[in-house]
Design a binder for this molecule. Structure first.
Ligand SMILES: *Cc1c(COP(=O)(O)O)cnc(C)c1O
Length: 339
């Protein structure tokens, strides 16, 4: 079976398990886990932030980011395909008492043109527009990445309107790989940024929220309040550290395989895709007839697993445990089912 449902389905490699078993650990709620502390220092320095906080999931990272940037009654501008808007159980309303304002961007990306006139007037009866939430690379937006100039323009718009920027960088690793933007640049753009080690990098769990020292101190209290304080969690931080060191350089191969599959999909009469829009490891494409669910079932009979992703849409996601041989099987299955 070839599993392209998500880049979260990877399993820890023998090397990663070895690193985990050898990790020095301590009680991280006391701040005494050396492996966690080293990872927080390494990743925050890498992305140009003062501090980082290891958290159980990307969702917690995003919610902590919004929480430390906002007060009750604030509003967050976000693309309508955003993970925070679609896949976080309305947590921003529940945990931070803020409103999400979804906007229609392109490929999941916002721009200065789209943000224009979206900052409210500051009357007592209006939500207080406080944050622009970006996602890079996009998930439901189809794996698209921001270019350097686009981010600089949004940063200067945010500065002119006293807005903060939260960057959902669950797949920032893929975005860096696809655009050749160095990681330190993102620290200049975002006030808070979340990154995931458990997507294409292949760690079993773990994410990080990055920001200033003061905000991370606040996030640390919140993490404990929300039940995310973990003890000898250096075993997971060791997996994350291993993933950054050993797996980051493999992402470009995932992107190549995704582009290759996009060409096959483009050649099938029963499917439609914009192959030029495939920038990273994610492909979202349409089935011309029948439901997405029926299409996934058809592929499952050929041992290929994809995710239904909205009406008539399928998502295929590459990760480093999908080989070229697997890709060949997927292409054959797609041609047999939809050619
Ligand atoms: C996966 C993902 C997250 C975090 O998901 P968790 O399952 O909570 O780790 C956040 N943002 C994006 C864009 C994602 O794809």
């Amino acid at each position: 079976m070839v599993d392209l449902r998500s880049d979260t389905v990877t399993k820890p490699t023998p090397g990663m398990r070895k690193a985990m078993s050898e990790a020095e650990v301590g009680d991280d709620v006391f701040g005494e886990d050396p492996t966690v502390n080293a990872l927080e220092d390494k990743v925050s320095a890498m992305f140009g932030f003062q501090a980082g906080l290891f958290v159980p999931s990307g969702t917690m990272g995003n919610q902590l980011g919004l929480n430390v940037l906002t007060e009750a009654g604030d509003e967050v501008l976000i693309d309508e395909t955003g993970h925070i808007f679609n896949y976080e159980s309305a947590a921003a309303a529940h945990l931070s008492s803020v409103q999400l304002h979804p906007l229609r961007g392109e490929g999941g990306k916002l721009s200065v043109v789209i943000l224009q006139n979206m900052v409210r007037g500051g009357h007592d009866w209006e939500p207080n527009t406080k944050v622009v939430a970006l996602e890079n690379s996009t998930n439901k937006g189809g794996g698209c990445c921001y270019r350097r100039k686009e981010l600089e323009a949004i940063r200067s718009y945010a500065d002119n309107h006293q807005l903060f920027i939260h960057l959902d960088g669950a797949r920032i690793w893929n975005a860096m790989t696809a655009t050749d933007i160095s990681p330190g640049f993102f620290g200049l753009i975002a006030d808070t940024m979340s990154v995931c080690f458990s997507k294409g990098l292949g760690a079993p769990a773990g994410s990080m929220i990055l920001s200033s020292r003061d905000r991370i101190r606040k996030a640390r209290r919140r993490r404990k309040m929300w039940g995310g304080g973990m003890r000898q969690v250096g075993v997971l931080a060791a997996a994350a550290d291993y993933a950054v060191d050993k797996h980051l350089s493999l992402l470009k191969e995932d992107h190549r395989r995704a582009r290759e599959l996009a060409r096959t999909i483009d050649s099938c009469d029963g499917l439609s895709i914009d192959p030029g829009g495939v920038e990273t490891n994610i492909l979202i494409f349409d089935v011309r007839e029948g439901t997405a669910k029926a299409a996934t079932q058809k592929l499952q009979e050929k041992e290929v697993y994809l995710s239904p992703f909205g009406p008539g849409k399928l998502r295929a996601t590459f990760h480093f445990q999908v080989t070229d041989e697997d890709l060949k099987k997927v292409k054959e299955a797609v041609q047999i089912c939809f050619g």
